[in-house]
Design a protein around this ligand. Structure first.
Ligand code: SF4
Length: 460
């Protein structure tokens, strides 16, 4: 039988550099049955086949009209079905991946001038998952309807001894009740390993931190910091992590996602503020942020600012050496005269050159929201960041309906004038009392959310 496999992300995303595990398992399964298997690398040259598998991980990956209506086609993956994606049949799901499915394509890419290093996940790593699922039900995630973390496979199921590294694509490994033996199996392979997704640091336990810190971990540890509401628990867990490990640690910072789905102007302003807050909070914890923009950012009135933040933060050498203002201005200098003016933007304007889009976006936000600019745009990464100005302390213990009223006075006393200016910019023309009530409501929600998050830990 002639089997063809279409990895849609590979074809439609120019810089996509990660193999599709399902495609590799499908290929492995068919090759074992002595079928002729071929990877399709161009939608226009699918040619003849007996069975066509079409897979897609990313919703935004483009596919041509009619592809899925072709005869003898089986489609699958989160890119088509998001959280409702059907599982592969067990005999394929647990089949050893065909790590050579992409060989010809890689060869071509290298012949076309690409560097071999770009394809390291295709050539150097054994890839798989030890667990699947999650219990937190974040509405933006493909696990939003999952109920728990379950065992998926032992490392031996996908380990290729000839490959130097192991890459895990688990979503919620730290929240799996029987993580210990699985981590031991990984360590016993003797191979450096890494978790590719952002691990849920909110679940991190002392024993896990100890074990991961001494394991042969490959590259940086990656955690997730999706919501500002989790600041208290994430800070606590990162302190725990740092007690055991000084390994380079990065946290994915999700932005431009509104769980309510309303995407009001108030949401966008607050999201910009909360994104900056998380960036600078991480600096104080000796961790690097990595900006993950939810695709709705394209429709934000601050789209340009999100682009600037992403470009600034996701290049650590920029983040560490330039303030946001310096970076955005330099990014707005014409590339033809960049070297001449990069350190003297005033002269650039005097000499009659025009500000580029990132500089204009910076000016626009500064004009509309001077307090936001004042609070974040000139902060040097790693400098002391006074989070207390916007984070009014309130302990979880004091948050209940009875005591809430009593604490209101105490909370009001702690709001300073700088904070009020910022809040007015976020929430528009509310009176001071309304603003403070709003803030207190948010703090109460945050505190309850922290408690709820902690309660959810290790739910089976
Ligand atoms: S914690 Fe992570 S894996 Fe779990 S539902 Fe939320 S985003 Fe998804």
């Amino acid at each position: 039988m002639r089997v063809k496999i279409v990895d849609c992300d590979l074809i439609s995303r120019t810089n996509h550099r990660f193999p599709n595990l399902a495609c590799m398992k499908i290929s492995g399964y068919h090759k074992k049955r002595r079928d002729r298997v071929e990877l399709v690398t161009d939608f226009n040259s699918i040619g003849k086949y007996d069975l066509l598998w079409v897979a897609k991980v990313f919703t935004s990956s483009w596919i041509p009209d009619g592809l899925l209506n072709m005869p003898n086609t089986i489609d699958g993956g989160s890119g088509f079905y998001f959280d409702q994606s059907p599982n592969l049949p067990p005999e394929i799901e647990h089949h050893f991946p065909d790590y050579h499915l992409y060989d010809k394509w890689i060869e071509q890419q290298i012949q076309n001038g690409k560097k071999a290093k770009e394809f390291e996940y295709y050539t150097e790593y054994s890839i798989g998952r030890l667990t699947r699922g999650c219990f937190r039900r974040c509405s933006f995630c493909i696990n939003r309807t999952a109920k728990k973390v379950e065992f998926a496979s032992h490392v031996s199921e996908f380990l290729d001894c000839n490959r130097p590294y192991i890459c895990l694509i688990d979503d919620q490994f730290l929240g799996y009740k029987d993580w210990g033996p699985l981590l031991d199996e990984l360590i016993q392979t003797g191979k450096p390993f890494q978790f590719k997704q952002g691990n849920d640091v909110r679940c991190l336990r002392k024993e896990q931190a100890e074990k991961l810190a001494t394991a042969n971990y490959h590259r940086e540890m990656i955690f997730a910091y999706d919501r500002i509401e989790d600041t208290a628990i994430i800070t606590r867990k990162l302190h725990l992590w740092r007690k055991y490990s000084d390994m380079p640690t990065k946290l994915y910072v999700l932005c431009a996602y509104d769980p309510s789905g309303t995407y009001s102007r108030e949401f966008w302003v607050k999201d910009i503020v909360d994104t900056f807050r998380r960036i600078f909070i991480l600096a104080t914890l000796n961790c690097l942020p990595y900006i993950m923009r939810y695709e709705e950012y394209h429709n934000s009135p601050f789209r340009g600012i999100y682009n600037n933040i992403g470009a600034w933060v996701n290049q650590p050498e920029m983040l560490k050496t330039k303030t946001f203002r310096q970076f955005s201005i330099q990014r707005g200098i014409s590339s033809t005269v960049y070297n001449t003016y990069k350190d003297d933007p005033e002269q650039y304007i005097k000499d009659g050159y025009k500000k580029g889009i990132s500089w204009l976006c910076l000016d626009d936000l500064t004009k509309q929201f001077p307090s936001i600019a004042d609070m974040f745009f000139d902060v040097k990464y790693g400098e002391h960041f006074n989070e207390q100005i916007i984070n009014i302390p309130i302990t979880n213990r004091k948050v209940n309906k009875e005591k809430y009223k009593i604490n209101t006075t105490m909370l009001r006393c702690r709001v300073d004038s700088k904070k009020l200016c910022l809040l007015k910019e976020i929430y528009g023309n509310l009176t001071n009392t309304q603003l403070i009530d709003r803030l207190i409501n948010e703090k109460v929600k945050e505190a309850f959310s922290t408690k709820a998050t902690e309660r959810l830990d290790w739910k089976e």
